[in-house]
Design a binder for this molecule. Structure first.
Ligand SMILES: [Zn+2]
Length: 714
């Protein structure tokens, strides 16, 4: 049996699920379903990448173990995929891979051993011990070369990562190296001989010129003393396997490399090599390092590495929390059918290129292509069969003596013209999907929708029904429309599994369109006499203005929670729900307050010292301040809290403070307040202010002495 193995990247647990991960996973899911229809034995992997200094640091900050943090984020990803029906239960991924799985540890160790045992193409050891000194970005989890960082403006200061704008760490330590520099020729030969190895072509050229510009050996371990959260180097537990050998190996360990149990569940021998779908930002790791590791271990490189583009906002800007222009997955789920989202991702986005993604564009597509397009064709065809043919699929045949009548009605008595056009469209559709040209494949299918729509409009069944002479013509036209619908269900099943299954069911057909191969469809196999089921609208038209208003409202309500704009400066009782309690060894003062003590006037009740300790108050310096568009009350600040990067904080003080005068001011920020969204901007903290008089005029708390940024108030 032919096999097909497709992977998304495993998503790094340094952030919560976002549109990008949903997008790649939808594409992989579509590919898997299509291949499965065509008889391939398929395997589809998604999951999470969970090791590294980054995760270790987040966990330290949250005062939990890295494992607890990884569990929490992995769980969020699983929930998100279930929400959009991409999980196993809905026929989606076959494994949710996690790099903290025991079998992964075993597989990675085995891969390391094999690489270490082998020799490079130039006959040298693949892995050797050296000494590395360099600038290291914790967020990239990579050493940075001179063209990848920005030098510090301060003498002797750390440079900053160009991508993350955080200070780099000077790392100088013993490290294992992978002899990547010996693999340039081997890799170039791979790109030359296998044109489909890196796709699309523009990306392939990028990779080739990167390799031609010279490869440096790769540091592949860190001392356990500097990074403990990872997989130990086999036989040298003082070192942790770092970076990409751990993460990339998941694609083979998940299916059984180095572990018998997984081998039985999936099968490395059976499924490898894979098609990797990746964002263009991680192409180099997948197209250069990964095949080199595999070749070094005597394994086959992947089948294809396909780099897709980025999803941008409606104006073509990068989506970011700071800009407040991200797509909220909760909103997406609440207001849109999963199939409409899938359709949009596969139709609107040209796979491989950057594309705009906005709620408005999604509504437009859903209305024009789904409600007025496929949905309308389906309901009109089935309704007419109900009305004119007693709810059963009519006979396709036009007998010879009725030929002339049919021709008079503008209907070709011979169905083969339509049949061969649809067969041709089907062939094109399959070629396009095999070429990852999802958008063009769908366009081709919509060519069928348009053609059948036109056939119905030209033939006017509602006129034909008035004449006995045209009974056969009417039947034939409706049969052709219904048979075309059946074909469309089978073709479009991987794009919209649920809607096509519903049309299939309404057509009175048994089973799922997912069980039929588009390649094996034969015109005329829709049985005459099939009783159609109740006709229901599949894609209700979306009221754009109303929906957009609701989305905006939800944006403010659910994420700004009960935060009215003015609240943003006042004390908040919700602080306690933020971080877990810090260890408060020696905090005995609380004991001094006897239980049930009388409250002094004006103070509602006592809190324990441990309650107060939950609130992290820090000194911040205002770097920038500006008004929030369309809001009278809100100012948007960036504030330096002495952290890696400044925070964005919103405060409802615009009526009382000029933004220009705020820059440079030191103030007090509640640093561990759960981030919330106000007017589309994420506020990552709260500024403390006194509330004066009836109107609650805010007066910002400040210092008269010089205090360093980030200092904690106790
Ligand atoms: Zn970085």
């Amino acid at each position: 049996m032919k096999t097909f193995y497709v992977t998304t990247p495993i998503y790094y647990v340094n952030r919560e699920p976002h549109l990008g991960s949903l997008y790649t996973t939808i594409v992989a899911d579509c590919l898997k379903r299509h291949k499965r229809q065509r008889g391939f034995d398929t395997f589809f992997l998604t999951g999470t990448d969970e090791h590294g200094i980054n995760i270790q640091r987040i966990a330290e900050r949250e005062r939990i173990t890295p494992r607890q943090h990884a569990d929490r984020i992995a769980d969020l990803f699983k929930k998100m995929f279930a929400m959009f029906h991409l999980d196993t239960e809905h026929g989606g991924y076959d494994i949710f891979m996690r790099t903290t799985e025991r079998f992964h540890y075993e597989g990675v160790s085995e891969l390391w051993r094999r690489v270490a045992r082998g020799l490079s193409p130039k006959g040298r050891e693949n892995i050797y011990k050296g000494f590395y000194e360099g600038w290291f970005c914790a967020s990239c989890a990579a050493y940075k070369t001179e063209d990848e960082y920005k030098k510090s403006e301060v003498e002797g200061g750390s440079p900053r990562c160009l991508e993350h704008n955080i200070p780099l760490d000077r790392v100088s330590e013993e490290s294992y190296f992978f002899r990547l520099s010996d693999y340039a020729e081997t890799l170039l030969e791979l790109y030359e001989t296998r044109a489909d190895f890196v796709r699309p072509d523009s990306r392939r050229n990028e990779v080739i010129s990167f390799v031609k510009s010279g490869l440096q050996d790769l540091s592949v371990s860190r001392l356990k003393t500097s990074v403990s959260w990872g997989i130990p180097v086999p036989d040298d537990p003082a070192h942790i396997i770092y970076l990409w050998i751990d993460a990339l190996s998941n694609y083979i360990t998940a299916i059984g490399f180095g572990n018998e149990e997984r081998e039985k569940a999936a099968g490395f021998e059976k499924f490898w090599p894979a098609v990797h779908l990746v964002g263009k930002d991680i192409l180099r790791f997948h197209a250069v390092y990964w095949p080199a590791f595999l070749i070094a271990a005597g394994l086959e490189p992947p089948h294809t590495v396909y780099a897709h583009g980025m999803l941008l906002d409606g104006e073509g800007r990068k989506m970011s929390k700071t800009l407040g222009n991200t797509i909220d997955l909760e909103v997406l789920h609440r207001f849109f059918q999963t199939d409409a989202i899938r359709y949009f991702c596969l139709r609107e986005v040209v796979f491989g290129q950057d594309a705009k993604f906005s709620y408005e564009a999604l509504i437009d597509r859903a209305n024009s292509d789904l409600a007025s397009g496929l949905g309308n064709l389906s309901s009109r065809t089935l309704t007419m069969i109900n009305r004119y043919c007693d709810g059963a699929v009519p006979s396709p045949a036009i007998s010879e003596e009725k030929y002339l009548a049919a021709k008079r009605a503008g209907v070709d008595p011979d169905p083969s013209g339509l049949a061969s056009a649809i067969e041709h469209a089907r062939d094109q559709f399959i070629l396009f999907i095999d070429d990852y040209a999802f958008s063009r494949a769908i366009e081709t299918a919509w060519g069928i929708v348009a053609r059948v729509d036109k056939m119905l409009s030209d033939a006017k069944p509602w006129e034909l029904v008035k004449s006995d002479e045209q009974r056969q013509t009417l039947n034939a036209v409706l049969y052709r429309a219904a048979e075309s619908l059946r074909w469309l269900c089978v073709l479009l099943y991987p794009v919209m599994p649920e809607a096509t299954a519903k049309i299939f069911e309404q057509l009175g057909l048994e089973g799922s369109p997912g069980q039929l191969s588009p390649a094996e469809l034969t015109w005329g196999e829709l049985p005459e006499g099939t009783r159609i089921n109740e006709v229901k609208a599949l894609f209700p038209r979306i009221d754009k203005a109303k929906t957009m208003a609701e989305i905006e409202k939800m944006d403010e309500q659910t994420e700004g929670t009960r935060a009215t704009e003015a609240d943003a400066v006042q004390g908040s009782p919700t602080i306690a729900e933020t971080k877990p309690e810090p260890p408060m060894r020696g905090a005995t003062e609380a004991d001094a307050v006897p239980e049930g003590a009388q409250s002094p006037e004006g103070v509602k009740s006592f809190i324990e010292i441990t309650d107060f300790a939950k609130i992290e108050l820090r000194v911040g310096e205002v770097l920038t301040a500006e008004r929030v568009p369309k809001s009278d009350k809100l100012l948007r600040f960036t504030i330096d809290l002495g952290e890696e990067s400044p925070r964005q904080v919103l405060a409802g003080i615009a009526e009382y403070y000029e933004p220009e005068k705020m820059v440079g001011r030191k103030l007090v920020v509640v640093a561990n307040l759960k981030p919330r969204k106000l007017r589309g901007f994420e506020s990552q903290g709260m500024i403390l202010a006194a509330s004066i008089g009836e109107e609650g005029r805010p007066v910002i708390a400040t210092f008269t002495e010089d205090v360093p940024n980030g200092a904690r108030l106790k």
